[in-house]
Ligand binder design. Sequence first.
Ligand SMILES: *[C@@H]1O[C@H](CO)[C@@H](O)[C@H](O)[C@H]1NC(C)=O
Ligand SMILES: *[C@@H]1O[C@H](CO)[C@@H](O)[C@H](O)[C@H]1NC(C)=O
Ligand SMILES: *[C@@H]1O[C@H](CO)[C@@H](O)[C@H](O)[C@H]1NC(C)=O
Ligand SMILES: *[C@@H]1O[C@H](CO)[C@@H](O)[C@H](O)[C@H]1NC(C)=O
Ligand SMILES: *[C@@H]1O[C@H](CO)[C@@H](O)[C@H](O)[C@H]1NC(C)=O
Ligand SMILES: *[C@@H]1O[C@H](CO)[C@@H](O)[C@H](O)[C@H]1NC(C)=O
Ligand SMILES: *[C@@H]1O[C@H](CO)[C@@H](O)[C@H](O)[C@H]1NC(C)=O
Length: 421
Amino acid sequence: MKSFTLFTLASVASTVLASTTPTERISMAPKGFNSDSTVGAAYFMTNEASGNYLVSSSIGSDGKLTLYEAVYTGGNGTRALTPFDTDPLFSQGSVGVSQAGRFVTNVNAGSNTVSVHAIDIFNPAQLWPIGKPVSSGGDFPNSLVINKAGNRVCVVNAGAVNGVRGVACLMRGHHSFNYYFHSCYKFNWSHGLTPIPNSIRSLQLNQTTPVNGSASTPSQIIFSADEKQLIVSVKTGYLAIWDINADGSLSSTFNTVSGGAIPFSITPIPGQNALLVSDPGVGYDIFNLNGTKAKAATISVPVAGQVAICWSTYRPESGNFYLIDVETSIISEVDIAKSLNSTIQYPLGTDGPLDTVVATVGKNDFMYTLAAKATGLTVLSVGGPGKLTVLQRIDLVAPAKAAKLAINGTNVQGMTTFIGW
Ligand SMILES: *[C@@H]1O[C@H](CO)[C@@H](O)[C@H](O)[C@H]1NC(C)=O
Ligand SMILES: *[C@@H]1O[C@H](CO)[C@@H](O)[C@H](O)[C@H]1NC(C)=O
Ligand SMILES: *[C@@H]1O[C@H](CO)[C@@H](O)[C@H](O)[C@H]1NC(C)=O
Ligand SMILES: *[C@@H]1O[C@H](CO)[C@@H](O)[C@H](O)[C@H]1NC(C)=O
Ligand SMILES: *[C@@H]1O[C@H](CO)[C@@H](O)[C@H](O)[C@H]1NC(C)=O
Ligand SMILES: *[C@@H]1O[C@H](CO)[C@@H](O)[C@H](O)[C@H]1NC(C)=O
Ligand SMILES: *[C@@H]1O[C@H](CO)[C@@H](O)[C@H](O)[C@H]1NC(C)=O
């Protein structure tokens, strides 16, 4: 009897161990790492189905990254049933940072939740969870946006879609859709995310479950410059636009502005009521929101040799936009004020770059790229128009293995930075 009890206890213990919550934080910092000279941090997520981790790196005054640690988000990642070899959420904006609110927030597409972490006041690479993850208000959240004041977050959910094959984020000719919702939250440090009533809206598309590919999914959610509208790019060729009411709730219906082939990431064009939208079916689109006849107000600009331009970023100092192509591993620099043509292209070898941001460190600009196919991070120095150069490449495989962190270039997603203290 006694031995039976012991055996039973042992089985229970091992069962508990197997299903135990993932380790809360896993150090990846080199021995003797000192955060004193840190000027900021960069964050992406592992998006693993066994537990999604935010991986933070410290940014030095030279713009270079030092891996710091992985923090469990409290949720799981996921990817579609018929996935591509990278880009599991087929989105931009799955991880967001607020400079004003000093927090990082991310989607957990496998748990249908959104997590939020405070950024430590002495070490920006150090994250502290604020409350538990909250429901995303839908299925397969893949992009989120934070307002400028840092007290409001909205998320868009994507779901089941059939029959997608081919290049990452590129899909054509599939007409079986699902419902997508997004929802908005108020944020503060003591309570984290609190859902805003009457902010869940459907895109009214047909649904199949489980998720089966990226066709016809939303790609990114943003606020308009005046934060009076919420804009979602949808890969079937339109933007969906809701009005935001004074109480933060949303208009019951949305307007659509059609254009482009496969609208993907959205990068606002400062000072214009217009958006640059990356488009793996063409290159990129310019949506001019001043126009009423929507289609006439949008143009699509081919980018030579592009295969899958799905991400974009902007550099305020030069006014240049950068387009990121995961399949060709080329970043194209566009000066839309001077010429709509992408004139300068930078090959990045076999990086397979996804989410990318530009940050200013001191007086210099640096570009931080999630190099998914290389399972790494690439830092580029943005020396001025035409002068993008690789400054640093970080391998993630060996440090993750040493730290016992599950990571796979197929699953990683998101990239954002916080600069300052
Ligand atoms: C993550 O996935 C595991 C395995 O399916 C499951 O046991 C666990 O409950 C999930 N965790 C969350 C937070 O969704
Ligand atoms: C996913 O899409 C593929 C390709 O169209 C199809 O063969 C497969 O049956 C789909 N799976 C599900 C679960 O719908
Ligand atoms: C934080 O948010 C909660 C929930 O919305 C609210 O009850 C609380 O008053 C807020 N706290 C502060 C300091 O604003
Ligand atoms: C949704 O798609 C399924 C499968 O293609 C189809 O049977 C159904 O009629 C569609 N529903 C709507 C509302 O379009
Ligand atoms: C939109 O209208 C504003 C105000 O008239 C103007 O400043 C801006 O240049 C216009 N943008 C575009 C893209 O036409
Ligand atoms: C873009 O380049 C092509 C080929 O070099 C040229 O024919 C076209 O006029 C250019 N378009 C713009 C808007 O500069
Ligand atoms: C990464 O994920 C892919 C797709 O699930 C799988 O084929 C591959 O073996 C994984 N790589 C590692 C190192 O686990």
